[in-house]
Design a protein. Structure first.
Length: 198
């Protein structure tokens, strides 16, 4: 399982044996049981997470209701925006909705690695660029797509989410009530059926 972490970096830039060994030795792996809260609204976040196994939900509370803003699964980074300003409290929650294994990182451990292996700073920057690009796509989708379009996009890009996430959380992520999600699902099934018959 640890190889997932090393392979992730290797895909960005091939690693020497020495670099791969340094990453493996520096890894801090944490097992989190289902229901574990990694971050609460108002807390200052210092850690980043790379998911080896499991699923983490990000949500905010608006008008007393939970609004799911993201799901993170295997080989994805979970990075709170408050990481970039140590004094900024988080606006969201991070909760494990499955038993989850993560590699835990923070600025202190990252700087120690950069000191010994300066090339890791470039690799780290590439990781951040991918992360921010993904977050921008999600934000754009919330601003421009209809709930049905968001549903279709999720079905196309992350079909496993539908089997792993409770319906009310999925509805919250799409931006509708659970009963509306049922209607969207029905319409999508009919459209897919019509497309396959033509």
């Amino acid at each position: 399982m640890h190889n997932k972490f090393i392979n992730h970096f290797s895909r960005i830039s091939p690693l020497s044996k020495e670099e791969a060994s340094a990453i493996e030795q520096a890894m801090v792996v944490r097992h989190c049981q289902k229901g574990t809260t990694l971050l609460r609204e108002g807390q200052v976040s210092v850690d980043t997470y790379f998911i080896l196994k499991g699923l983490i939900r990000e949500y905010i509370i608006t008008d007393g209701e939970e609004r799911t803003t993201n799901f993170f699964t295997e080989e994805q980074w979970v990075i709170s925006m408050s990481n970039f300003n140590a004094q900024t409290p988080s606006a969201h929650y991070l909760v494990c909705i499955e038993d989850t294994d993560v590699v835990v990182g923070n600025e202190k451990s990252a700087q120690a690695m950069f000191k010994n292996f300066p090339r890791f700073e470039t690799i780290s920057r590439a990781v951040m660029e991918v992360y921010f690009s993904e977050q921008k796509k999600i934000l754009t989708s919330f601003l421009t797509d209809t709930p049905e379009q968001r549903y279709m996009n999720l079905l196309k890009t992350r079909p496993d989410i539908f089997q792993r996430v409770p319906q009310y959380q999925l509805a919250s992520y799409i931006g509708v009530k659970p009963e509306s999600l049922s209607r969207i699902r029905k319409r999508v099934v009919e459209k897919l059926k019509d497309a396959s018959n033509n």
